[in-house]
Structures are given as C-alpha cells and as structure tokens.
Design a protein around this ligand. Structure first.
Ligand code: TYD
Length: 142
C-alpha cells in the first residue's frame, strides 16, 4: 500500500484578473475525485494545536487552506509525509484510512475541508493503536 497512491496534491485553476483571484471547485469528479456531500472549515486554531488525529473508514477529503497556512502529517501505517498547505489554489486529496494530523496553523488560517460523506462519528478511528491494528489486519506487515 503506497502512500503516494492514497494522497494527491490538486492544483486548482486560478482565474485571476485585475479584480483579484477566483478559484472554482466543481464536484462530481470534475475538479475533485468524489461528490461533495459535506463541507466544513477550521479557523481560530493556533500553532500550539494539533487537530485531526484520526482516520476515516468511508470518508475521502480534500483540504484547502483558503487563507493562511497549516501543515498536515499523513500516515498510512507504513509511511508518513508532511505537506504544507499554503496556497488557496492548492488542494490535498486524502483517501479513506489515511491517518492525519493538522497543525502549525497560522493566525489567519482558514482550512476548508470537502468531504465525500455526511458526518458519521462511528466511521472515525480516533485511537492510533486501533488504527494500526486495523491496517495490519488488512495489509499485514507489507
Ligand atoms: P473533530 O473531528 O474533532 O475535528 P477535527 O477533525 O478538525 O480535529 O470534530 C470536532 C467536533 O465537531 C466533534 O464533536 C465532532 C463534530 N463534527 C461534526 O458534528 N460534524 C463534522 O462534520 C465534523 C468534522 C465534526
């Protein structure tokens, strides 16, 4: 299981002109690889906070720092990677069962999250040891 197949940086088209910038995100596989069922955004977190710290059995996400910056550490149980979200035109796609920590929020950070599913707390895995156990059951120690 390769982390590179489970995450993807998406460069949205920036339709700027002298009036400013505009980024359009169309659902249903046009700009992101799922139908958007839910949107939430995180702001007012600071550099001392770590958010996320979970994996999702069913939900896929696209993260976009529409203002400010943050970092995301992704982990598939075998590999980890840190991605800086620092441009409103940059999206980070996360497949199901990717563990994620969001941190290092700038004071002006607004992190927009597009989701493939409605909220269902029972599909979240919030215990890292339980996550690793579930991954190992499916993929062994490959
Ligand atoms: P949480 O998953 O801890 O947020 P983050 O992933 O940013 O760390 O969610 C915080 C609270 O908000 C928690 O009580 C669940 C609730 N919540 C919803 O009701 N719906 C949602 O879509 C989300 C993301 C969270």
């Amino acid at each position: 299981m390769k982390l590179a197949d489970q995450i993807k940086i998406i460069d949205f088209v920036e339709r700027g002109d002298e009036r400013g910038n505009l980024v359009v995100i169309e659902g249903e596989n046009q700009d992101i690889p799922f139908d958007i069922k839910r949107v939430f955004y995180i702001y007012g977190s600071d550099s001392t906070v770590v958010r996320g710290q979970h994996a999702n059995r069913r939900t896929k996400f696209v993260l976009i720092n529409v203002a400010g910056q943050s970092k995301v550490k992704v982990d598939n149980g075998f590999e980890t990677k840190i991605i800086s979200l620092d441009k409103p035109r940059m999206g980070l796609f996360l497949d199901t069962m990717v563990w994620k920590d969001m941190y290092d929020f700038s004071p002006d950070s607004t992190l927009l999250v597009l989701c493939s599913e409605h909220y269902d707390g029972s599909e979240y895995i919030r215990d890292y040891d339980a996550y690793i156990k579930e991954i190992r059951e499916v993929h062994g120690n490959e």
